[in-house]
Design a protein around this ligand. Structure first.
Ligand code: OGA
Ligand code: MN
Length: 218
């Protein structure tokens, strides 16, 4: 038996500026996909950190809506989630957060979105057909989430596991949640869903926001 099948731990790759194609896709269709966001070794380490989080009972059934309207409905949304901010003592999760911060930088440089804040969430779909029905991550016009970025952490994902991200953009594309694939879309513009997943499915999602112009000055 091999001692380990994982590649040796390494530094994540630099987060490259948005390419012309990525920028055009974001502007025209509202989304793009990029491979190799964390690098394979960090992606494996991040998944292991997420599994430890789940084993330590750190995940909670995810809800829909905010404030008083918040509710949990497993038929609408079947994942369990945790905010990454609460787990930045883990070196792999800290490194993941740094990659998302770097992404914020290159998106601001390339697309001039002026994103200032980032919230990161780990989500686990347990399998058994767990899904997240069609929704938007932000309501148009509200001061809110502007951009959604998701990195998938599933090294052995097969098409028959389902769990695709479906996007209501031209051509109705779908994205398989395979290890180290990043998908980026405009939170107010792109309705999307997670199709029923038949294997455990892990992802880390970042929501980038703009400052709230109505917020009181210091
Ligand atoms: C979400 C979401 C999609 C995915 O958490 O809001 O839509 O592919 N996730 O995990
Ligand atoms: Mn969503």
């Amino acid at each position: 038996m091999f001692a380990s099948t994982l590649p040796p731990a390494g530094c994540p790759p630099p987060v490259l500026p948005l390419s012309d194609l990525e920028l055009r896709r974001l502007a025209d269709a509202g989304w793009f996909v990029r491979e190799g966001f964390l690098g394979a070794s960090l992606a494996h380490e991040a998944r292991a950190a997420c599994v430890r989080l789940a084993e330590a009972d750190g995940l909670r059934a995810a809800g829909i809506r905010r404030g008083a309207a918040h509710t949990v409905d497993r038929a609408l949304r079947g994942d369990e989630a945790a905010w990454l901010d609460d787990h930045l003592d883990d070196p792999a999760l800290r490194a993941v957060a740094a990659q998302f911060e770097a992404l914020r930088g290159v998106v601001n440089e390339g697309a001039w979105l002026g994103l200032t804040e980032l919230n990161l969430q780990v989500a686990r779909y347990p399998g058994g057909g767990a899904r997240y029905r069609r929704h938007l991550d932000a309501f148009p016009g509200s001061v809110n989430r502007v951009l959604t970025a998701i990195v998938y952490l599933n090294p052995a994902w097969q098409p028959e596991h389902g769990g695709r991200l479906a996007l209501w953009t031209p051509g109705r594309p779908t994205v398989d949640p395979v290890l180290d694939r990043l998908v980026v879309f405009l939170s107010e513009r792109v309705p999307h869903a997670v199709e029923p997943a038949w294997a455990e499915r892990w992802a880390i999602t970042g929501w980038f926001r703009k400052p709230d112009p109505a917020a009181p000055l210091l």
